[in-house]
Design a protein around this ligand. Structure first.
Ligand code: 6PG
Length: 237
């Protein structure tokens, strides 16, 4: 698979959400059969999800054959305002005809973050049909990622032991942020046909510039099996 890197700059956050949602819809429509999307958390992608769940895209998107995963999750109840699962449900999944079996959330009702990470890894491997990656057969069709001001993505934070994890597909991240997290590791994130960063706002300008300068920040280390896309608004560059 010949990888490529593409940057799309949009006039503002609303245009960014619309452009990225349209792109995701076209990627799904261009595919056949099962299509796996791994969602980003945080606040930036909310409008993207709302766009996808609204006219005209919601009538075109192939909801019945698309499966939904999360790149990371806070270890909080699924109805918590801090839950990435809750955000995606409210912005999109509860508003469109998604088969319940197509939603693969991190189960934060389990005993502890490590148990949640292990269960999530088992679910990912059951979906993929193997316990090791084949670079020619990506786990995800599209991986959406946000970018933190410190250069983190998902819950891969600077200096974290999770950055070195090359075997597990998902790990618990405890003590690095106020809430414990579960995050996909680099091997799982990179097992994607298309990885798309969605970055908006003046607050991200410095970190975007640092990545452009080649700083070895966690987000900059993503080497997808497939294509890498940066969707940015003008405030972020
Ligand atoms: C999370 C996200 C995290 C997020 C970035 C950017 O759970 O918080 O996965 O990686 O994408 O922190 O967040 P904003 O979009 O809110 O700036």
């Amino acid at each position: 698979m010949e990888a490529s890197v593409r940057t799309v700059v949009c006039t503002d956050a609303e245009a960014l959400a619309s452009e990225a949602a349209g792109w995701l819809c076209e990627r799904a429509l261009a595919s056949n059969g099962r299509f796996a999307v791994c969602l980003a958390g945080g606040s930036t992608p909310r409008r993207l999800y709302e766009n996808l769940a609204s006219e005209p895209l919601n009538g075109r998107f192939p909801w019945p054959r698309v499966h939904w995963f999360w790149g990371d999750e806070r270890f909080v109840p699924q109805d918590s305002d801090d839950s990435n699962y809750r955000m995606a449900r409210a912005a999109m999944l509860d508003r469109v005809p998604v088969p319940p079996g197509n939603v693969h959330a991190v189960d934060t009702r389990l005993l502890n973050p490590a148990a949640a990470a292990e269960a999530y890894e088992r679910n990912l491997q059951a979906f993929y049909g193997a316990t090791s990656f084949d670079r020619a057969r990506p786990l995800f069709d599209v991986m959406l990622l946000g970018l933190g001001e410190d250069g983190h993505t998902a819950s891969l934070f600077p200096g974290s032991a999770a950055l070195a994890e090359r075997e597990a597909w998902a790990v618990a991240v405890v003590g690095e942020r106020p809430q414990a997290r579960i995050t996909l590791t680099y091997p799982a994130i990179e097992s994607s046909r298309d990885v798309a960063f969605i970055v908006s706002g003046r607050g991200k300008r410095d970190v975007v510039e640092a990545i452009r300068r080649g700083e070895n920040l966690p987000a900059a280390r993503i080497k997808p099996a497939g294509n890498l896309h940066w969707f940015l608004d003008r405030d972020a560059i």
